[in-house]
Design a protein around this ligand. Sequence first.
Ligand code: DGL
Length: 270
Amino acid sequence: MKPIGVFDSGVGGLTVVKELIRQLPYEDIVYFGDTARVPYGIKSKETVIRFSIENILFLLKHEVKFICVACNTVSSFALPEIKNHFRVPIVGVITPGAREAVYATRNKRVGVIGTKGTIKSCAYEDEIKQFDPKVKVTAVACPLFVPFVEEGWLTGNVVTTVAKQYLKPFQETGVDTVILGCTHYPLLKNVISEVLGKNVTLIDSAKQVAIEVNKILSNEGLLNERGKGKPACRLGRHDFFVSDNPEWFSNLAERFLGEPVKNVKKVSNV
Ligand code: DGL
C-alpha cells in the first residue's frame, strides 16, 4: 500500500501527523516541511499557491495515495485552486474543523484563531456558514503564537498576557466554541483555555482532519490494514523531509509529535 503524504510550511504540521499516527497506526506517512520558506502565514495567496503546488509535486514523487494539507494557511488560501490541478485526493483542515465547531456550539457563536493569512481568507467563516448560516463568527489573527510555540514558551506570564489581549474580542462576542486554526495552537491549549474559561470548547483542527482522513481512506478502500488482528503487526513507516535546516526541525519535532524524529532528510528540489 502506498503512503499518505502530508505537508506543512514547517514543523507545525507534526501536530497533524501525531493525530494520524494515533488514529491510523499502520499507515506509512511521508511528511514534507517547507522549512526554507516558512512562515506561510504572512505570505500572499499567489505565493502560498505556488509553494503548495511545488510541495505536492514533491510528495507525488513518493507515490502517495492521498495528500493531507496540515497547514491551515495553505488549506485556507490554496486548497480550492490546487485541488483542481491533481488527480490524487487532497484534504485540508478547514472543513473538518468548521464542521466540528458547528456541531459543538450551543449558542451559535464561534471564534476562530489563526495566522494573518488564514483569518484574512475568511475560509473558516465561509465554511461555517455553509454548514449553518445562523452561526456568528468572530475571527482573530494571533501571529505571536507561532514564535512562542517554536521558542517553547507554552506557559507563563508573557504568553498569558498576549493571549488575554488577542482573545478579548471573544469575551465581548460571547463565543462558546473556538477553532484552533493553526498547526501550532494545540500546544497552547492550556493557556487559551485558562484565558477563555472552561465553558468554551476548543476545536483542534489537527484531530478533526485525522478523523476525516480515516473516513475517506476507509470509504475509498485505501486503508492500510496489513496489521489488523495480527499480534506481530508492523506499524507504519514515517519519513520526514524538509527544504532546509533538518537539525532545527529535529530539535523542535519532539515538542509537536511527542516523540523524537531522527533521519530528517533535506531536499533541494522543491
Ligand atoms: N503552519 C502554519 C498554519 O497552520 C503556521 C506557520 C506559518 O505561518 O507558516 O497556518
